[in-house]
Design a protein around this ligand. Structure first.
Ligand SMILES: [Zn+2]
Length: 459
C-alpha cells in the first residue's frame, strides 16, 4: 500500500477538520480560523485504550492537549504509523489486549526530539481511518485510530431444498433487533461499585436474544455483541438492513436524584418530551456519540431527520402500542417509574420504517436497583418481561407472511413456549382457562416444552 500522509496544524491555528476515509485514500478538508500565534504546548498521551468489534479494531489515544497528527502505512512488513507533534507518551503499551486483533504489537519512539511516533505492526491487511475528537464533559482530546478488517469472502449458503411454494416465503421469522446501549469508549451511566450501564445492558440484551432464539417464529439480532461502541445512526441502519420488525434498545441510565427508580418504556416524540425525566434521558443519550467516538462525517444529516419525520406517524403508533404491552409485562417484575409509555427525541428511535422502543430497565444510579440489575436472576426476569410484551403484540398483529400470521390463520393465536413460561401464566395473560388451552392443543397434562407452539383459543 502506498504511503499516505495527512498533515495539519494544531497549535497556532484553530482547525476544523473533516476527514472522509475511502478504501485507500483520505481526503482532508481543513478550514482554518487563525486565532494568533500561540506558544506550542507539549501534549501528553495519558492513556491508550483498545476496543475490538466484529469488523474493526479501535485504538484511542487520550491527549492532555490538542495535538497535530499525521499517519501513513508501510508495507513489508505491514505497519501503520501515527505521528503526534510535540507529544510525549505517559502510558504503557504493554497491557493492550491485542489478542484477536490485526495488531501484533505497538511500538513507540521519539522523533525530531519532541514528536511521538507510534508504530502498529500488523498481521493482516486493514483499511484505516484516523480522526480527532474534541473534548466533552467526560473526556478530553482524543485521537482515534480505526482499523477495519478486510472483508473475507463469505461462503455462499447452500440453497435450501424447495418443499412447497407455501414453505418458501409464507412463514418467515419475525426479526427483532436488540440494541444494548453504549459500549466501548462510552460506558453509559455508572452505578455503585463501578457498575457500568454498558455491561449490564449487554447482559440483559444477550439474555433477551437467547430467549427469542428459543422462540420459534422469531429471529433476534444483536446490534452489538461485545464491549465496543456503535454509533446511534449505525444501530438504526443495522435494524433496517436486516429488515427488523421491531427495534428494542436496552438501557439502565442514571438520574440526578439517586432516589429515582423503576423501569420505564420510551418511544420517539416528534414534538417535545412527555416529562422532565424523559427529556433528561434523551439529552443524556444525545452525548453518547461524542463520548463513544463517532467521527463527524458519520453524523446525522438534518435532512434525513426531516424526511424521516414525514413517514414516522404510523411507525410511531405501533411503537407506542408495543411499548404499552412491554410496560405491562415489566410491571409484573419491577416497580414502574411511569405507568404510560413516555416519549422524547431519542436519536436511536428515529427509524421511519422500523417500530422502535427504548426500555429503561431501571436506574443504575439507585443503589438498591443497581444491585438488582447486576444479578442474573433479575436480568432474566426483565428479559422475559420484554420478550412477553413483544410476543403478545405480534400474537395480536402478526406481520403478513410470518409463522405467527400463519398460526393465526389456523384458527387462534399461536404462542411459542420460552424458558420460564408456565401454562397458568399463559392462560392468565390471554384471559382463558388452563383447561381451554389444554383442550385446544390436545394436552392431557400440565407439562409444556420450550419451543412448543400452543394455539390459544379466543377468550
Ligand atoms: Zn443509556
Amino acid at each position: 500500500m502506498a504511503p499516505r500522509t495527512h498533515l495539519f496544524c494544531g497549535f497556532w491555528v484553530r482547525a476544523t477538520i473533516t476527514l472522509v476515509a475511502t478504501r485507500s485514500v483520505f481526503f482532508v478538508a481543513t478550514s482554518f480560523l487563525v486565532l494568533g500565534v500561540l506558544p506550542a504546548r507539549a501534549a501528553t498521551v495519558e492513556a491508550i485504550r483498545l476496543w475490538r468489534a466484529p469488523d474493526h479494531t479501535r485504538l484511542v489515544f487520550d491527549l492532555s492537549e490538542e495535538s497535530a497528527f499525521s499517519s501513513f502505512s508501510l508495507a513489508n512488513p505491514s505497519r501503520f504509523v501515527v505521528d503526534l507533534k510535540q507529544t510525549r507518551l505517559a502510558s504503557s503499551l504493554d497491557a493492550l489486549p491485542l489478542a484477536g486483533t490485526p495488531i501484533r504489537q505497538v511500538r513507540a519512539g521519539i522523533r525530531k526530539g519532541t514528536d511521538l511516533r507510534l508504530v502498529l505492526d500488523l498481521s493482516a491487511e486493514v483499511r484505516t481511518s484516523v480522526f480527532l475528537l474534541l473534548p466533552n464533559d467526560v473526556t478530553g482530546y482524543r485521537v482515534v485510530v480505526d482499523l477495519f478488517d478486510s472483508p473475507v469472502a463469505e461462503p455462499q449458503p447452500e440453497p435450501e431444498p424447495v418443499l412447497s411454494v407455501d414453505a418458501l416465503d409464507t412463514r418467515r421469522d419475525i426479526v427483532i433487533a436488540i440494541d444494548a446501549g453504549h459500549g466501548g469508549e462510552d460506558p453509559g451511566a455508572s452505578g455503585p461499585g463501578g457498575l457500568r450501564e454498558k455491561k449490564v445492558v449487554l447482559q440483559i440484551a444477550q439474555r433477551l436474544e437467547r430467549q427469542f432464539a428459543d422462540a420459534p417464529g422469531f429471529k433476534p439480532v444483536l446490534t452489538r455483541t461485545g464491549d465496543y461502541y456503535v454509533g446511534r445512526k449505525k444501530r438504526r441502519d443495522q435494524a433496517r438492513a436486516i429488515k427488523a420488525d421491531l427495534f428494542v434498545s436496552i438501557h439502565a441510565d442514571a438520574f440526578t436524584k439517586p432516589s429515582a427508580n423503576g423501569a420505564s418504556v420510551y418511544a420517539l416524540s416528534l414534538k417535545g418530551a412527555t416529562s422532565a425525566t424523559a427529556q433528561y434521558l434523551a439529552d443524556t443519550e444525545s452525548v453518547s456519540d461524542l463520548i463513544g467516538g463517532v467521527a463527524t462525517t458519520d453524523g446525522e444529516s438534518i435532512l434525513v431527520d426531516v424526511l424521516a419525520d414525514l413517514s414516522m406517524t404510523a411507525t410511531l403508533d405501533t411503537s407506542l402500542k408495543v411499548g404499552a404491552l412491554v410496560l405491562e409485562q415489566l410491571g409484573g417484575v419491577a416497580r414502574l417509574h411511569k405507568r404510560q409509555v413516555e416519549q422524547a427525541g431519542f436519536t436511536v428511535l428515529k427509524s421511519a420504517d422500523v417500530p422502535s422502543i427504548l426500555v429503561e430497565t431501571g436506574f443504575i444510579s439507585n443503589p438498591t436497583e443497581a444491585q438488582r440489575l447486576a444479578t442474573p436472576e433479575y436480568q432474566d426476569k426483565l428479559a422475559r418481561a420484554i420478550r412477553r410484551g413483544v410476543q403478545s403484540w405480534f400474537a395480536r398483529q402478526p406481520p403478513p407472511g410470518t409463522l405467527l400470521a400463519w398460526q393465526r390463520e389456523q384458527g387462534g393465536r399461536g404462542v411459542t413456549i420460552a424458558p420460564g413460561d408456565t401454562l397458568s401464566e399463559i392462560a392468565e395473560h390471554y384471559g382463558v382457562s388452563v383447561s381451554a388451552i389444554k383442550a385446544s392443543n390436545g394436552l392431557s397434562r400440565d407439562v409444556i416444552y420450550v419451543g412448543q407452539t400452543l394455539l390459544i383459543p379466543e377468550a
